[in-house]
Each structure stands twice: as C-alpha cells, then as structure tokens.
Design a binder for this molecule. Sequence first.
Ligand code: KIV
Length: 263
Amino acid sequence: MKTVTLSTLKALKRAGEPFSCLTAYDATFARTAGDAGIEVLLVGDSLGMVLQGHASTLPVTLDEICYHTRSVARGKGASLLMVDLPFMSNASTECLLRDAGELMRAGAELVKVEGEAWMADGIRELTRRGVPVCAHLGLTPQSVYQLGGYKVQGREAEQATRILEDARALVEAGASVILLECVPASLGRAVSEALEVPVIGIGAGPDTDGQILVMHDVLGITHGRTPRFVKNFMTEADDIPGAFHRYHEDVKARRFPAQEHCF
Ligand code: KIV
C-alpha cells in the first residue's frame, strides 16, 4: 500500500471508493492492520475500556494516549495515524493546542476531537497551526454521562438536522474529516453527501466514505453487550491477519456494514 495521507482519503471519496479504519494500540497490531491494507489507524481513547478495563473512556490521560501513539507510530507502515484527544482536552483552546501538540510530537498525523459546533474556534486554531482535525459527532463517548448511555443519536429530525449543521460548521472551521458514531444510516448518508471532506462512520450505515471499528470487536473479544454495529470477523478467518484482511475487503466491497449492523 502507498502511504495514506488526507489527500488519499479525499481522492477515495471522490472516486466513490470506501476505505477501512481500525483502532490500534501497539506496534504489532498496527503492522498487522497495515499489512491487511487498512488505510487509517486510530489510537482511540477506547483504550481505556478495551485495554484498561474502565467503564468509559473518561479516565484515559494524555500521557497514556501518547505512549500508545508512539508504539503504533513505530509499527504503522503506510496507514494514516489518527489519534484521540482525551476527555477535557477541549476545556479551552489553550488546552486543545497544547494537547494536540503533544499528540503530533508522539506521531499523530490527524487528531480527533469530540464536540459540536462550539468546537469551531478550537478547530480553526488547530488547523491554522498545521494540525489536521477529525471532528467526532453523533454519539460522543466522552459525553456518555450527559447522554445517559451509549445511545443512538439523531433519530429525531431536529437532532439529525443539528448534527448535519454541526458537521458543516466544523468543516467550515477547518476539520479535514468528520467521524459519525451511532446515527441512523439515513443521516450517515446525508452527511457524507453534503460534505466534500471524507466522513468515517461507526454504526452510521453503509454510505459513509470510510468505516471504523474497535479492533477487539473485529476479533470477537468484546466483553459485555455487543453493539449492533459490530461484526466478529474471526468467524470467517483462520487467524488475526485474516480477520483484518476480511474486514478491509468487506468494507471495500461495501459488504460491511450490512443491514443488520445499521440503525
Ligand atoms: O476511541 C475510539 O476507539 C473511537 C472509535 C469508537 C471511533 O473513538
């Protein structure tokens, strides 16, 4: 695979070719995912749940994310490396700039931040300084206690319109990528069609430009309730590289997500 950049993702979007994304937390899994052709790796703050055993992503610190970013950066090969800003990095613009700087120094090539249209100023300041941003909308896990759980967002027309408007405002402010989590497939399609930048979906239907899953879910080692949008690719593969390859191929062929994975 040729080195994946933001331009690659934009070109894939223009060509109507979906791309695959997967979380990674260490060098070996990053290399295995890259070898399977996965275009984007995310050092997600989901590490707080799948690696550390917390009930949410909130306890994860900047130092912990930097540690995993450095490991993934060493193994990632040609994939683009996106990294999560942890809970409360968006507390102020100063905080956002400082934390994003640390992530970029650790090896991030794109930083992901949760928040709505009010994040526009922060995103403008980041992009002004050369930090590419992915804005995470829909179900934003860092707000789980305010949302009252991991629930589908944008089911009501008014809320769906707000998510679409927020996405437009954040792209206008400079966001290079939008990530939509747990929204109806119709909204995933509407946002992807409305924007020129790539839209990555998780539980957002088959029509977003890219798809992302948490690595542990792809490997069928999810503990607790399995979300509807998850698929265990180990059932169709002989080994872990095979499961990553199958996930990538199914995204490319638009076989994943299927109807049963959508809201
Ligand atoms: O932290 C994470 O893994 C994420 C994905 C669920 C998109 O944000």
